[in-house]
Design a protein around this ligand. Sequence first.
Ligand code: F0G
Length: 482
Amino acid sequence: MAVKFYKCEQQVPLEMHKVRMIQKLSLLPVEERLKKIQEAGNNTFLLQNKDIYLDMLTDSGVNGMSDLQFAAMMQADDSYAGSETFNRVKAAVKDVFGCENVLPAHQGRACENILAEAYVKPGMVALMNFHFTTTKAHITRCGGSVEELVDPKGLLPQSDDPFKGNFNLANLSQRIDELGSDKVAFVRVEAGTNLIGGQPVSLENMLAVTDICHDKGVKSVLDASLLQDNIYFMKTREARCKFMDVKEIYHLLADHFDIIYFSARKLSFSKGGIICSKNPTYTRQMMEFIPLYEGFLTYGGIDVRTMEAMAQGLYESLDMEYLDQGPEFINYLAKELSDYGVPVILPAGGLGCHLDCQAFVPDMPHDQYPAGAVAAAIYIAGGIRPMERGSLSEQREPDGTERFAELELARLAVPRRVYTLSQLKYVADRIKWLWDNRSLIGGLKWVEEPSVLRFFFGRLKEIGYWQEELAAKFRQDFGDSL
Ligand code: F0G
């Protein structure tokens, strides 16, 4: 919220809520942190939460829940079929998006599985601004492929473009024509484009994409998992949206996209997943897969209490005083770091603050996984858990060769309504220290490389003894501090 301070060095994001339930955290000494990251195969997914001070792996399923969400959970109506709880979820989806046709699935990737099962046939192509890991994995599993059409500006680590997630519209039209509309499984717009730094797509661009799809007879799909942040950026960066009501934006999008799905682990501060549409034909085409993979049509694998939290959380996703929590905290962290010279993705997006690791360790080749190495180093430096979003998070090509990422990012996700500003100041401080000691950071090599979604459970080893040297330098600089 843009509440002005009387005397303050930079604009400080101010919470319009208070914390009423807490969880104790612990910060291990640097020598222990060194041991833990090596035991975890230098993969931050394999760290244990008890060994982490600030968990910035993701904003997925770890957002702060409100008093009203907890209260709503008490009224859950538990039944296999026809529960009142699902009717409340439907009513919330109807209110927020204006869609009557609602299918539940246990999380975002489950929605993607169903979309892929229903619409991707071998040889088909799904066009999108940018892929997400699980989206691509499901499409390729069904014999399809993914092509990315983000405007090239989106791949510049730093620019002043307010909507770096935008589609290149000319390329979209051309690609549909070249492929023929029957070969295009669907066009997917990812709001708050995750893998390029949580970068938004403008309303104008989204609507232009759907216009092209309608013209050419191709289905349009909105991945709304990160739409909350995206709407904050529409409201603050796009003249046309400034005076629009938040709900008006949701409704306009639902009027234009054929299908919308989202991970409720992100949108709605809860858990679960939803596919919805104004057109019952689409939900009918996907419906049969819900009982097959997820559960009956009125719970879709989601616990009823969680569905109640989702329904309430959906109403909260209309409130700008909640929507601004992520982007404004992220912007604060990104500014602290970039003012010090640390290379971060700019403008700051949603989801988290993203370090540009190609610039952090410029001499490290892609095949030593610079983003993975920086992520491991951040844990050693501060007990902070980032996520690698670079070449490790890519899939190898079908012929086994590496597909190196366009951007080598270490992501510091900022879960909504969870961390305080002093904790973000601590993060900035430890990363500034790491930046000053970046010459110590070395590379990683595979020890165990899974063939699918390797970043989740693959194990790597540090090359040489750089991590011991980094921990020793920390001890030297910080004395007996944790
Ligand atoms: N789409 C987007 C844009 C996402 O960011 C995610 C998840 C999904 C779909 C899948 O949803 O996790 O509920 O199955 N992103 C998480 C992240 C995992 O950490 O960025 P899910």
